[in-house]
Design a binder for this molecule. Structure first.
Ligand SMILES: *Cc1c(COP(=O)(O)O)cnc(C)c1O
Length: 422
């Protein structure tokens, strides 16, 4: 099975839908993030397929890719959004998303962020500590309303994924353990300014084995039942995100099969279901298009030095993550082994190691599976302007974020008068 069905070779050139990536580079330059609208929509349909006719809401975890055009694509399909900052809520609004379908996660919500989210009447605050519960209640009381809340439970389940993206163990900073969660529900039930609506968990990212997700779900369901026994009614169960994708040879569960098992475990309970998928909806819908500057060959190693770097796509440097790297054109040469590296002054600056590639200076490479945690993690390190982003829709290419200009990067900086030029 092709892991990237919307990115295919036609006439020897890699295409995004009906558009050659050679054409994208010619019109928009490199490095450029290229997203496929059909791929985004197909991932959405897959995730939602089994939920038809159910009381359910999929809240796209927008930190994975928060470009306004991507958000609008999902908003048009009826998505909710999982946000982790007030800035993200502003993006939802700017993209035409519905704040009434927004859930607010994250361990450090400020008073200003809480007040803004309350004013927008979001669906739910996912509460991660007793301190946060009290803060949300206090802000709501002074605003003269009651905040809808859910307690984020840390079910102490090992997601068996990379430690940086594992969040469901006691040692992680996220959520509260099960006993504390019961205490918080009892507290919330007596507190002015909050209204209990749900329960949630999110145990980690890029899970390729769904067993921990089901284990966490069962713990949540036990809690829902026990809370009902205490007279605390939970109307929605939010199972978080974390469903993995295929980067190389992983075999993550098909979203439909995953969902069927989730529904089987819900049984007859009358619970509204929420989900917070991020990576699963966008990861394989994007590539980072880059051009080879030099081939630096040596006795020990060959380097393909490209115009994209760790500041553009951090995952390989940060997690040792693997992204497939494909030549955009077939140049008919014999492949050689290269480390694919960028121009940033760090030895940790690489996009791929020891890759077999037939390429040459001036040729294009596509770094695959770059739709999630790609552009959103890009920085300006080395005063490198961040890439352009384009959305391909059939034969059309739409520029959805302009390439930054170097002067943009220091336009917010000021030289104080005491340093007047001499
Ligand atoms: C990051 C995050 C998600 C999305 O995770 P994915 O692995 O991208 O699906 C969902 N919920 C919360 C609370 C998150 O922090």
């Amino acid at each position: 099975m092709n892991a990237f069905p919307f990115f295919e070779y036609r006439n020897g050139e890699l295409h995004a839908e009906d558009v050659s990536l050679v054409q994208v580079a010619a019109s928009h330059g490199t490095p450029t993030y290229v997203y496929s609208r059909a791929s985004l929509e197909s991932a959405w349909q897959d995730f939602n397929h089994e939920l038809q006719g159910r009381d359910a809401l999929v809240c796209y975890a927008m930190k994975a890719n928060s470009n306004l055009a991507v958000l609008r694509t999902f908003a048009r399909l009826g998505a909710g959004f999982d946000i982790v900052s007030g800035g993200e809520l502003r993006r939802v609004i700017a993209a035409g998303g519905d704040p009434a379908r927004v859930i607010f996660s994250g361990v450090g919500k400020s008073e200003a962020e809480i007040a803004f989210a309350l004013s927008q009447r979001i669906l739910c605050f996912n509460i991660e500590s007793v301190q946060e519960l009290d803060r949300v209640a206090a802000v709501a009381v002074s605003a003269g309303c009651a905040a809808p809340i859910s307690i984020r439970v840390n079910p102490n389940v090992d997601a068996r994924t990379h430690p940086y993206i594992s969040t469901g163990l006691r040692e992680n900073k996220f959520g509260v353990d099960i006993e504390t969660a019961f205490a918080l529900y009892r507290r919330a039930a007596r507190l002015n300014g909050v209204r209990i609506v749900g329960i949630d968990c999110h145990i980690g990212s890029q899970l390729t084995d769904p067993a921990p997700l089901f284990e966490a779900q069962d713990k949540m369901l036990e809690m829902v039942d026990a809370l009902a026994g205490e007279g605390i009614a939970i109307s929605h169960l939010d199972l978080g995100g974390g469903l993995g994708i295929r980067y190389r040879d992983e075999s993550p569960p098909d979203p439909r099969a995953y969902m069927r098992e989730v529904l089987r475990r819900i049984g007859q309970r009358r619970l509204r279901l929420l989900f917070e998928p991020g990576r699963n909806l966008v990861g394989n819908a994007g590539v980072l298009l880059t051009r080879v500057e030099f081939l630096k060959t040596g006795d020990v190693k060959n380097f393909a030095i490209v115009d994209a770097a760790m500041n553009d796509l951090l995952r390989p440097s940060l997690y040792g993550a693997h992204h497939e790297i494909l030549p955009v054109r077939d140049i008919g040469a014999a492949p050689r082994r290269f480390d694919v590296v960028g121009p940033v002054c760090e030895s940790g600056d690489f996009l791929g190691k020891d890759r077999s590639l037939a390429t040459a200076p001036g040729e294009l490479l596509a770094v695959m599976s770059a739709g999630a945690y790609g552009m959103v993690m890009a920085s300006n390190y080395n005063t490198r302007a961040r890439p352009a982003e384009v959305l391909v829709d059939g034969r059309q290419v739409h520029l959805v974020r302009l390439r930054e200009r170097p002067e943009d990067l220091f336009s917010l900086e000021r030289i104080p008068d005491c340093l007047a030029a001499r």
